[in-house]
Design a protein around this ligand. Structure first.
Ligand SMILES: [Zn+2]
Length: 388
């Protein structure tokens, strides 16, 4: 089983298929490959990863242009936005057959790639010899998944590409717009990275002192992150956490008016007041929360301190009606400030988690592409970010 001959040329023939299958076999073991990818992610520099993503050109320029043309043809049917969908095109001697878009049905565990694979198989079977030597273009908005209860779409597609190449003599091109990594936004690696973790990671130079700091906290307060996760979080923070700008837009009304924060604080504020005052105060707090929605939905990216400051100013300047007592107003302002700070810090941590997940997913998809890329000369499988 040889990948390259001594002159560096890609060897063609059945052994290439074996080589490819053996290369991707480690990806079948998700736990192992997550660990491997995380190590790689940790060692890689953020800047280098971003640069790699920008020139993630595993697809030949010609195939990429073909994708863009096809996308223009089918684009309108897919509608705006980034909702997951797949479509494909099979070239034959006489025509180009396009089909899709297909959408996933998560209730039944069906990914859009399942549908596109099934449809492609049917079509190739029907067209037979007329497709020999031509191309099959499979597009999926998010790169095919690498983790799933049944066989992940990415591995399924590689296997199918090999099979179709052998049986029908077609070249398979796979394109996508967004790197999905193992399981996209459901990636759980960074789930525990909340604001308290960020503070703790930021305050400790190395993993050892961080673990020590976690140990000293009230019991069960924080679970220590693994060394790999610690390192990548620390790296993200080192990039200038004070200047990480994020938008509050994702914050839901529940987060502002959340059970755990605002309403709870509110019920404390209203203790000891008369029924009428309590009702008036409830109304005030609701109106205040409503007004604060504008601060959130405005959506301008700001850094942590700027966001917090904005909430403080709002609380200070908010005009209450005359129905509430001065003491209740002061408490309401305080309650709002505390709740606002919680919300901003929560959103900040969410932003960091999302960035880490995006970067990690890019790294994973890139790593997988690199594994199958050396066999591109054989040309049945190639990929890159196609559409922006
Ligand atoms: Zn999938």
């Amino acid at each position: 089983m040889t990948l390259n001959d001594p002159n560096g040329h890609v060897v063609r023939g059945p052994s290439d298929a074996d080589a490819l299958l053996s290369r991707i076999s480690s990806w079948v073991d998700t736990q192992y490959s997550v660990k491997k990818a995380l190590e790689h992610f940790r060692l890689g520099h953020a800047a280098a990863a971003a640069a790699a993503a920008a020139r993630d050109t595993f697809l030949s320029r010609r195939a990429n242009e073909r994708f863009l043309e096809l996308h223009r043809d089918i684009g309108e049917e897919c509608g705006p936005g980034s909702r997951q969908h797949s479509w494909a095109a099979v070239e034959t001697r006489e025509e180009v057959v396009m089909y899709g878009p297909y959408y996933p049905d998560y209730a039944s565990g069906e990914h859009s790639e399942d549908l596109v694979i099934r449809q492609t198989e049917e079509l190739l079977g029907a067209e037979g010899a007329r497709v020999r030597g031509f191309g099959v273009y499979i597009f999926t908005q998010n790169s095919p998944c690498l983790d799933r209860d049944t066989q992940p779409c990415m591995l399924q597609l590689v296997e199918k590409a090999l099979e179709w190449h052998a049986v029908y003599g077609v070249k398979i091109h796979i394109g996508y717009a967004k790197c999905w990594g193992f399981k996209g936004n459901k990636e759980a690696l960074f789930r525990d990275v909340d604001f308290a973790q960020l503070e703790c990671v930021g305050g400790n130079r190395d993993h050892e002192s961080y673990v020590e700091a976690v140990r000293k906290r009230p019991e069960g307060d924080l679970n220590a992150l693994s060394e790999d996760v610690f390192s990548v979080v620390r790296r993200t923070l080192a990039v200038g956490s004070n200047n990480l700008k994020f938008s509050l837009r994702h914050a839901t009304p529940e987060q502002i008016n959340g059970k755990s924060s605002f309403k709870d604080t509110l019920s404390c504020v209203s203790e000891g007041e008369s029924q009428i005052e309590r009702e008036a105060l409830t109304q005030e707090m609701n109106a205040m929360t409503e007004a604060a929605q504008e601060l959130v939905s405005e959506g301008t990216p700001r850094n942590l301190e700027e966001h917090i400051e904005r909430g403080q100013t709002f609380a200070r300047e908010y005009g209450f009606t005359s129905q509430t007592s001065e003491a209740a107003r002061a408490e309401a302002r305080l309650a709002f400030r505390r709740c606002w700070r919680d919300m901003v810090e929560g959103r900040y941590a969410e932003f960091v988690r999302d960035s880490l997940t995006d970067d990690f997913n890019r790294c994973v998809t890139h790593l997988f592409s690199q594994d199958v890329y050396p066999l591109q000369g054989y040309s049945f499988f190639a990929q890159r970010t196609v559409l922006r």
